[in-house]
Design a protein around this ligand. Sequence first.
Ligand SMILES: [Zn+2]
Ligand SMILES: [Zn+2]
Ligand SMILES: [Zn+2]
Length: 137
Amino acid sequence: MTDNIFKKHNLRITDIRKEVLDCFVQSDIALSHSDIELLLFKEYDRVTIYRTLNSFLEKGILHKVFDDSGVAKFALCKYDCNEHQHNDNHVHFKCEVCSKVICFHDMQIPHLPVLKGFSIHHINLLVQGVCPECQVQ
Ligand SMILES: [Zn+2]
Ligand SMILES: [Zn+2]
Ligand SMILES: [Zn+2]
């Protein structure tokens, strides 16, 4: 599966790229740099991981997820994102108990009216609550 992603986005396959992408493919939550460091099989230096994440961002493979922690998190793009444009206008959810951040890919952020004199480049919508796993039965 990851081979196809690299092909589609015209990215050469390297060990680290493959490993990092695998982490995202196998995860249903958004991952931070340190999450990835823990998940990686081999040890890579921080800069290499950072560069890999950035190239995925640029190519439209990953998108940045903003939560209230100030830590940059990333998640796989599900739409037709490419190096020119990201189309990830969906809602993100953060669990207040386990701090997991999840993409609600099917929940699009509604169109907002543009105010005169302003141009909007990014819209982030974070919904906070309790995830199913943390619900008290
Ligand atoms: Zn994207
Ligand atoms: Zn939770
Ligand atoms: Zn997302």
